[in-house]
Structures are given as structure tokens and as C-alpha cells.
Design a protein around this ligand. Structure first.
Ligand SMILES: [Zn+2]
Length: 373
């Protein structure tokens, strides 16, 4: 039996202008589609952010799909209305087509295909947030806490982010690097450049600290992660005078780090290096994500085999790119990511070929069959 067509639901979702934090009716449409298939849908709004959790079946194995209905702003210069769900030349155009309303529709079609044969051979669930492209504080992380409180722990979770660079089937993400932002202010004592012994130059102290922080690589990488990277992204003194030692100097840096580090460990390292060079300094650190890795094993093998069977391509296992909501789900259960081709995500004229959308539904159907045999 053919997999049901994901296109109509994808179009309905694209017609909602759900730019974070707006939902614009997107989750109503999804909730209705899932209820019609027999899912029990629980709406989980937190601080005005729409989230939902839906489940069918009450037995193991439990396979969860996670995604987001929010999108980034469209920007200008589109060849079609970004919120009209237009199909032109075999491509579905719209903000969210590949990131990631298309993948949500493909998953729903795959669930429908599985349920055509009767009740699920286990449990299927969806964890959908409206706060992935924003600050992500009232979305997946809150729903994960809600699930953990209820001891509702999936055996495996697949996140539908676009993972493929050019062709469906190329890449499964099994981990992501962590990310840390640091803002540094070094205080000195302002004075005349001709009398430096009466001043304390904060620029020299800041440069010495940054030189030490960047002198050695943080690590050499692991089997699954590239080396961690510390990048200074700004140095500001704002001193127009040539004859004044300024009172303060500021810098900002970002670290993308693998699982040989923790955010807290790197924060302590920066603190220690800075203290050695500047006794009067402020350090403001924000950890936007810890790294995670779902070690290759039977579950990842099963996922990979299903995608290979459906697409004819054996996916590479990868941990590159930015952060995703999978970092929150990793607290709950093993998680990996597989979705559409990401070439147009966040761009003008974001689009997905309709054939690729349908092929993803077939691949997801194979994944469900592999996890709920
Ligand atoms: Zn996304």
C-alpha cells in the first residue's frame, strides 16, 4: 500500500505564519490531524509558547518524533508568498518547507501508513514545540521535563531537522556540539600614555588573557566530533584618543565544544586564565547547549538500515552544525536526527521538491517499521 501523501498537511502547516513565538494555528491543524489518526493529544503551552505531545499506543517499544512548528522570519525577495503553500515546478515553496513543517507532515503520513495495518505495534509519539528557532526556553526543554516527571520515557527519539546536504539519505546526526558564549570586561586605571606607571592598561591584560586562551587547541577531536573551537568574536575599547590609556576593555568569545568538555568546565578554565592576567575583571558566561552523542549501536544501526532501505543511500553518521533541540531530548532518551535536504533552510525561497517530501514519508515509514516490527 502506498504511503499517504504528506503534501496537503505540509501545505496547511505552511499557510500558518508561525514565526517564533507566534503559532498562528499551526498546532491546531497538527492536533486535528493526529486526533483523526487516534492519537491522544495534550497541548502544553508554556509562557504563551504552543507545544504539544501526542501519543498512540501504551506498550513498548516507544518511538518518539520531535520537531517544531515555528519558523524564522521570511525576509524579503521571495518569488512566491512564503505563507501560501505554493507548489511550482514540482517544488513546495514556503518558510518552513524543509525546516521543518515538511518533515512533520512526512512523519504524520508515515504514522498513518503504519496504522493502516491496525493498532501500533508499540507506541508512537510526537513532541512538537513552537519555540525552537527562538530562545527555546519554553519549548522542548519544558516538555522533556513534563515527560520525565510522568516517567514517560521513549526508547528512542528521532528529530526531523533537515540533516542532508544535497540528497535525501546522506546524513544522520547522532550528536551535536555544545555552545558557550562569554563576555569579558577588564577594568584598568585610566591615565596618560606618557606616564604608564600611573595607570593600569586593561587592553594589555585583556590581550594577554585572550592570547593564552587561543594559544593551544582545546582538544584534538574524538572519533565522532571535530576538535572544539574557541573563537574570539569581538574586542572593543572605544577609545578615540591616542594619548589616553583607557579605563576598560571588553571582548566576546564563543566556544563550540565536543563531549570531551562540559560548559561548566570551560567556564572555569576561562575564569582561571582571566584571573591570572586581570585581577579586576567581569566574566559573563551563557551556555546555550551541552554536547551530546548517541553512541552508534543497535538503535542507530536500525535507523540507518531503514533509511538505506528506503532511499538506496547509506547515511553517514555526523555531529556537525549548530545546536538543535535534540540537546534537550538527550536528557530523556537516545536521540538522532534525520530530515529533508537543508540547502534552502532559513533562506529566501525555502523549498522542498514534492518528490523528496514523499520520499521522506517513505523513509519515515521504514523507520517506524524497523522500530515497531
Ligand atoms: Zn529546525
Amino acid at each position: 500500500m502506498a504511503t499517504p501523501d504528506p503534501l496537503p498537511l505540509a501545505q496547511d502547516l505552511l499557510r500558518c505564519a508561525s514565526v517564533t513565538p507566534a503559532d498562528a494555528g499551526a498546532q491546531d491543524i497538527l492536533a486535528e490531524a493526529l486526533a483523526a489518526l487516534g492519537f491522544t493529544v495534550t497541548r502544553l503551552p508554556f509562557n504563551g509558547i504552543a507545544n504539544l505531545y501526542a501519543r498512540i499506543g501504551d506498550r513498548a517499544p516507544h518511538l518518539c518524533f520531535a520537531g517544531h512548528t515555528d519558523v524564522v522570519p521570511p525576509g524579503a525577495g521571495w518569488s512566491a508568498d512564503p505563507f501560501a503553500g505554493t507548489v511550482a515546478d514540482g517544488r513546495l515553496i514556503g518558510r518552513g518547507a524543509c525546516d521543518m513543517k515538511g518533515a512533520i507532515a512526512a512523519w504524520v503520513a508515515a504514522c498513518e501508513a503504519h496504522l493502516q495495518a491496525g493498532p501500533p505495534r508499540g507506541s508512537l509519539s510526537l513532541l512538537i514545540t513552537g519555540d525552537e528557532e527562538g530562545v527555546a526556553t519554553d519549548g522542548t526543554t519544558r516538555v522533556v521535563d513534563w515527560l520525565a516527571d510522568r516517567h514517560e520515557i521513549p526508547d528512542f527519539c528521532l528529530v526531523g531537522e533537515p540533516t542532508n546536504p544535497a540528497r535525501l539519505g546522506e546524513v544522520i546526526k547522532i550528536g551535536r556540539r555544545g555552545s558557550l558564549n562569554a563576555r569579558i570586561v577588564v577594568h584598568g586605571t585610566q591615565g596618560h600614555v606618557a606616564y604608564p606607571h600611573l595607570a593600569d592598561n586593561p587592553v594589555h591584560r585583556l590581550l594577554a588573557a585572550l592570547a593564552e586562551l587561543t594559544a593551544e587547541p582545546l582538544d584534538t577531536g574524538t572519533d565522532w566530533f571535530e576538535p572544539s573551537s574557541l573563537q574570539v568574536v569581538g574586542i572593543d575599547v572605544d577609545n578615540p584618543a591616542m594619548n589616553v590609556i583607557p579605563a576598560q576593555a571588553r571582548a566576546a568569545l564563543n566556544i563550540r565544544f565536543n563531549d570531551r568538555h562540559t560548559g561548566a568546565g570551560l567556564a572555569a578554565h576561562i575564569h582561571e586564565v582571566l584571573a591570572r592576567h586581570a585581577d579586576r575583571a567581569e566574566l559573563d558566561i551563557a551556555i546555550s547547549g551541552e554536547p551530546f552523542l548517541t553512541a552508534p549501536g543497535p538503535a542507530v544501526d536500525r535507523l540507518r538500515a531503514a533509511i538505506t532501505q528506503a532511499t538506496g543511500i547509506t547515511p553517514r553518521l555526523d555531529t556537525g552544525g549548530g545546536t538543535s533541540d535534540a540537546r534537550f531530548i538527550a536528557r530523556l532518551c537516545p536521540v538522532a536526527e534525520f530530515g529533508l535536504v537543508g540547502a534552502t533552510m532559513h533562506k529566501t525561497d525555502e523549498a522542498v521538491p514534492v518528490a523528496e517530501l514523499r520520499a521522506l514519508a517513505d523513509a519515515y515509514r521504514a523507520v517506524i517499521a524497523a522500530f515497531l516490527p
